[in-house]
Ligand binder design. Structure first.
Ligand SMILES: [Zn+2]
Length: 74
């Protein structure tokens, strides 16, 4: 698909690191499958993957951790 950020690049399937911040919690999730723009590096998560990533981050927020690094496991 075409990148909606830079509008010139095309995306290809790859692996990215997603960083989410909420209140005082930072969650870093590595090895997340995503579509990545060849030009600007913006990544796009599919709906089920995004839902999973946000659920994991939400769970870390509830545990009040400050920084957590996870690895995405399908
Ligand atoms: Zn782009």
């Amino acid at each position: 698909m075409k990148c909606t950020i830079c509008k010139t690049g095309h995306t290809y399937p790859g692996i990215t690191t997603v960083t989410l911040q909420r209140n005082n919690t930072v969650v870093v999730i590595r090895d997340v499958p995503a579509e990545i723009c060849e030009d600007c590096g913006e990544y796009y998560l599919s709906k089920p993957i995004a839902r999973r990533v946000y659920a994991d981050a939400e769970e870390a927020v509830h545990r009040h951790v400050e920084v957590e690094i996870q690895r995405y496991a399908a």
